[in-house]
Each structure stands twice: as structure tokens, then as C-alpha cells.
Write a protein that binds this ligand. Structure first.
Ligand SMILES: [Zn+2]
Length: 135
């Protein structure tokens, strides 16, 4: 589910793991940096920071993937020299990050950003909690 979120308004997260709706034991911090057009053709820089609840298992997964992700492309190349299994692992990490994140932030502008929640049930609760309509 997609939401257009005002950068000025704080958002609330349902008290469940964003991934599996299980009992949350931690909050996972995520941030996205973006450039957007300012006036007169200048680009402005923005950083959106969110932290959402995750259960122990998925919090751990998210942390591992975040740590490994910056090395994923180098890992694929390195893996070709070591063993193809290594390459496959890093390939999976790269694709995961691209396609399967539970929460994705897109289209950061001066006042708004787009938040995508992959878990539909979670998205509906999120909508109710924040009085938002999905896009
Ligand atoms: Zn979970």
C-alpha cells in the first residue's frame, strides 16, 4: 500500500512487526536520502528518517541485510573469483533490498514523501492509525 506522507507530520506505527505482524521487540531505524528540485533549478537535499517496529527475527534480518547491502555488488564480483555460491548470496541480498523491503520510501519532495508498505494488513492499520488514505 502506498501513502503520501507530509514531512511535517509525525507518523505512528501499529505496534506490530512490519514484516509478519508479530510481537515487536525492537525498532528498526531506516533513512532515505533524496534530492529534489528547489526553486530556480537548484537541487535541495533531504533526509527522511523513520523507525518502525520489528520482531526479534525480522529486526535481526533487517540489520544484517543493511550491513551487508553496501557490499553486495562487490560481493557478487568477489564471489565469481571465490565460489558461485558467494555470488548468489550477494545477488540475493541486492535483489532483496530492491524488491522485498517491508517499508520503502520514494519520491521525497520538499513537503511530502511516498511510503510503501508491503504488508497489506499492516498498511490498513497504518492508514487507520494515521487517518491516511492509500494512494
Ligand atoms: Zn516479524
Amino acid at each position: 500500500m502506498k501513502f503520501r506522507i507530509s514531512r511535517a507530520e509525525p507518523i505512528s506505527w501499529p505496534d506490530k512487526c512490519v514484516w509478519c505482524s508479530g510481537k515487536p521487540t525492537m525498532r528498526y531505524e531506516d533513512s532515505v536520502k533524496g534530492l529534489f528540485g528547489g526553486g530556480l533549478g537548484f537541487l535541495q537535499y533531504a533526509k527522511i528518517k523513520i523507525d518502525y517496529p520489528a520482531c526479534r527475527k525480522h529486526g535481526l534480518w533487517l540489520s544484517i541485510l543493511r550491513t551487508v547491502y553496501p557490499f553486495s555488488l562487490a560481493g557478487v564480483v568477489l564471489g565469481l573469483m571465490i565460489h558461485y555460491i558467494v555470488s548468489l548470496f550477494f545477488c540475493a541480498v541486492f535483489l532483496w533490498n530492491l524488491l522485498l523491503r517491508p517499508i520503502i520510501i520514494r519520491k521525497v519532495t520538499k513537503y511530502f514523501y511516498t511510503l510503501i508498505i508491503r504488508n497489506g494488513d499492516y498498511g490498513r492499520e497504518f492508514a487507520l492509525l494515521n487517518s491516511l488514505d492509500p494512494l
